[in-house]
Ligand binder design. Structure first.
Ligand SMILES: [Zn+2]
Length: 388
């Protein structure tokens, strides 16, 4: 049978059967497959990489600059977990109970399959296309996109478009914002001594305990009082603590590594200033130890224009197809959207089937009916925007 649902499931199975775990991030085979698929659908196709593994594909259909749409999905997946005991073969694309199982099935090969099939439908009506449809199949998302989408944009491989859809797991809700991340390390330096006589030393771990409580107060008294309307408050998490050498020695060093989630509108420099102020206050209260913060790593947030005609159209079409209200939501994890901000002229959404909790987990799956809905929305939106 050759119904769209069967084509969609078959295409997703083909994608799952081409492993693309990252690390190591070798996307050559899956990029080749996507390039061949888009070429046979009538797209002018470029296959590029900054090295010998991070291959990405850009397919372009149509000449005119506007109206123009960009559909983006990533082709790499997370690696199999070390203790993963899958109940099915993670690279088989097993179909059971209305679901397709596999590593990368929902993240991100489901939106990838929906975008490719929608692109093929538009390609089959190429003579009616006014404007342009761009499909980007990107490597490297799972490790931050520096050699994937960011590299593609920085090197001019992605044309600017009116509206961008980034395929990720939103349960087919339309997300117009996601958080950014600022990583930092805090250090406390004290003075070592024998544990039989601890007051001769300055215990760095005890100093850090006070600093961690300062960060808890910062969460409760500062961050939670300024929530973002779609994403809630910014947050700070102490993920790693290290310090000390032995129970009978007063520790002279302690380090924590934190993850500070930023909401749209927060300036990373202002966030850094807040962290440095917390350290300065603790230092003033405890001159016997030395408190420092640094090693910053920033991954930006994204927030789309709340009121463009194309966004309203996307909200209407998806609300009709899903029965949910035509209102945007926030998406909690990061995505490649942050690298596409300068490419999206009138707006960008993150959109696709499933949830991010199911992504990156054992027995990852996508529900076939949800995937079909994604595909119908993407096809309808492209047809209404691009076909004369
Ligand atoms: Zn993803």
């Amino acid at each position: 049978m050759n119904s769209p649902a069967n084509d969609l499931v078959a295409l997703l199975q083909q994608l799952i059967r081409i492993p693309s775990p990252n690390p190591p991030g070798d996307c050559r085979d899956i990029a080749d497959f996507c390039a061949a698929y888009l070429r046979s659908a009538g797209f002018a196709t470029t296959l590029v990489a900054p090295d010998d593994r991070a291959w990405s594909v850009v397919g372009v259909l149509g000449e005119a600059d506007s109206p123009s749409l960009l559909y983006h999905a990533h082709i790499d997946t997370v690696p199999l977990g070390q203790n993963a005991r899958w109940s099915v073969d993670p690279f088989a694309g097993t179909v059971a109970d209305g679901r397709v199982y596999g590593l990368g099935s929902v993240d991100d090969k489901a939106p990838l399959a929906a975008m490719l099939l929608a692109a093929a439908d538009i390609g089959a009506q190429a003579e009616r296309v006014q404007g342009r449809l761009v499909v980007v199949c990107a490597a490297e998302e799972e490790v931050g996109g520096r050699l994937g989408t960011k590299w593609l944009v920085d090197n001019g491989h992605v044309p600017a478009c009116d509206f961008v859809v980034v395929g990720e797991q939103t349960q087919n809700r339309v997300a117009t914002a996601h958080k950014g991340v600022l990583r930092a390390a805090f250090h406390v330096a004290g003075r070592t001594s024998h544990a039989t006589d601890p007051w001769r030393g300055r215990n760095a771990i005890n100093g850090m305990a006070h600093l961690i409580l300062d960060l808890e107060r910062y969460q409760a008294e500062v961050l939670e009082r300024r929530p973002h309307p779609l994403l809630g408050p910014a947050s700070i998490n102490v993920g790693v603590i290290e310090g000390g050498v032995s129970a009978n020695v007063v520790a002279d060093a302690c380090t924590i590594r934190v993850d500070r989630r930023m909401v749209p509108g927060e300036d990373p420099q202002a966030v850094i200033a807040e962290l440095e102020q917390i350290v300065a206050a603790r230092q003033a209260a405890d001159p016997e130890r030395t408190y420092t913060v640094g090693e910053y790593l920033v991954s930006n947030w994204f927030q789309s224009d709340a009121d463009s005609e194309l966004l309203r159209r996307f909200l209407r079409i998806s609300a009709e197809a899903t029965g949910t209200p035509p209102a945007p939501v926030g998406y909690l994890p990061g995505s490649d959207a942050k690298h596409l901000v300068d490419v999206a002229r009138q707006g960008m959404v993150v959109f696709g089937p499933g949830t991010y909790e199911v992504a990156h987990s054992t027995d990852e799956f996508v529900a076939v009916d949800e995937l079909e809905t994604t595909y119908r929305i993407l096809r309808h939106f492209a047809a209404e925007t691009l076909l004369a």
